[in-house]
Design a protein around this ligand. Structure first.
Ligand code: PMP
Length: 433
């Protein structure tokens, strides 16, 4: 539980007020700290790898806005691009060259993306990609994997992230049984289950959507057999492969997880980093599939603020920085250092645990043995995670507030930051044991 002193007093007062105004006091549930049994911090500002809360506490930030801030906060080139864009007007609802610039940067970076449509969030990207896949194939069913989260799209809000169901039962009131019925939920990392689904109803499946490296049950890396099944089965049965790189895109490499895993999806969804901290999503892929999107084709999709000039300015500045000065080697080294340090800290404390990582995405699972799928993840000691989380927060380390999330390292983090985090984790894991 949180420290008993008044260290978080201003955040608590702000949260009490916010709760009278917004459901749960927040505009997105993950940030409410509900999974760790406490109240969220209210953030006043951020710079580099650091956040400051309303009480003036400074933290090393491993959420990074849940992924976008790969360059660190208030990155000068992004701030300058925004400052230059604002006086030119903030939205026109008409085409701009900034949109083409961002589209070009995405197409140049992700080889499977031949053409792209910009939207305003990851949810919009996956929702639109699923509609497009259905429109293109003329089929209704979609395969998703338990523990994978693709935003709050009705048909994908089934066994999403921390939800335990593995049947196609909606995770939320308001998602109709009819909507969920077209979704086939399979276990992640289970090539045989995918093969069986295609053998049984392959001619009804429009698409397989998946997280190429899962972040939404904590970091779970796909096995080579699973990657191979994803590469082959949809193609053999005339279904589209939709690689959801909202989290992994531009994070695991310029070409995303698909580049690292050697995947060639038909469609890719992006978000988070492509907006440089502003609301942007994108979906793109094969030119002949994208040709079905309105106004070129018949599949409807639109957005008043899509391609907004501030969003494209921040997105372009971020992707240019990543392309001109790729941080991926540095992030790999920092990630490896943190992985080893956390594993050592947990081992020293005698706590059953496993650290899973790809690049700058890391999860310390309080689980005895590897986590390959949601059924493994569900066995984690989430109560221990909650205690660990607060012990870390009290030591000025701001971690994702759930066992079932990846932490994100940014290019602004230093080796000294990682070492300080490991030192804090040694104490925190022991205190939480
Ligand atoms: N897909 C994945 C893999 C995600 O991680 C997320 C968000 N965490 C989404 C889609 C939804 O993105 P957004 O929150 O921008 O709607």
């Amino acid at each position: 539980m949180p420290a008993a002193d008044n260290r978080y007093a201003n955040s608590r007062a702000a949260f009490a007020h916010a709760k009278t105004l917004m459901p749960g006091g927040v505009n997105s549930p993950a940030r409410a700290f509900g999974a760790v049994g406490g109240e969220p911090l209210f953030i006043a500002r951020a710079e580099g790898p650091h956040l400051w809360d309303l009480d003036g506490n400074r933290y090393l930030d491993y959420i990074g806005s849940w992924g976008p801030m790969i360059l660190g906060h208030a990155y000068p080139a992004v701030v300058e691009a925004l400052a230059a864009a604002v006086p030119l007007g903030t939205s026109y609802g008409a085409p701009t060259e900034g949109e083409s610039a961002l589209a070009q940067l995405i197409i140049d970076s992700v080889p499977s993306v031949e053409r792209v449509r910009l939207v305003n969030s990851g949810t919009e990207a996956t929702m639109s990609a699923i509609r497009l896949a259905r429109g293109y194939t003329g089929r209704d069913r979609v395969v998703k994997f338990a523990g994978n989260y693709h935003g709050h799209v009705d048909s994908l809000l089934v066994a999403a992230g921390s939800a335990a169901a593995t049947l196609a039962v909606p995770n939320s009131p308001g998602v109709t049984a009819g909507t969920a019925a077209d979704t086939i939920v399979l276990p992640y990392n289970d090539a045989a289950a995918l093969e069986e689904a295609f053998a049984k109803q392959g001619d009804e499946i429009a698409a397989v959507i998946f997280e190429p490296v899962c972040g939404n049950m904590g970091v779970v890396v796909p096995s080579p057999a699973f990657v191979e099944a994803l590469s082959n089965l949809p193609r053999e049965h005339g279904a589209l492969l939709v690689c959801d790189e909202v989290m992994t895109g531009f994070r695991l490499s310029l070409g995303g997880a698909q580049e690292r895993l050697g995947l060639e999806p038909d469609l890719t969804t992006l978000g988070k980093i492509v907006g440089g901290g502003l609301p942007v999503g994108a979906y793109g892929g094969r030119s002949d599939v994208m040709a079905k999107v309105l106004p070129e084709g018949p599949v409807f999709q639109a957005g008043t603020l899509s391609g907004n000039p501030l969003a494209t300015a921040a997105g372009c500045a971020t992707l240019r920085a990543l392309r001109e000065n790729p941080p991926y080697e540095k992030l790999e080294k920092l990630g490896e250092r943190l992985e080893k340090g956390l594993a050592g800290a947990a081992k020293a404390a005698g706590v059953p645990s496993v650290v899973q990582r790809m690049g700058s995405m890391v999860t310390l699972f309080f689980h005895d043995g590897p986590v390959r799928s949601w059924s493994d993840a569900a066995e984690c000691d989430t109560a221990r995670f909650g205690r660990y989380f607060w012990e870390m927060l009290d030591r000025n380390i701001y971690l994702p507030c759930s066992q079932y999330e990846a932490l994100f390292i940014s290019a602004a983090h230093t080796e000294a930051d990682i070492d300080a985090t490991i030192a804090a984790a040694k104490e925190a894991i022991a205190a939480a044991a």
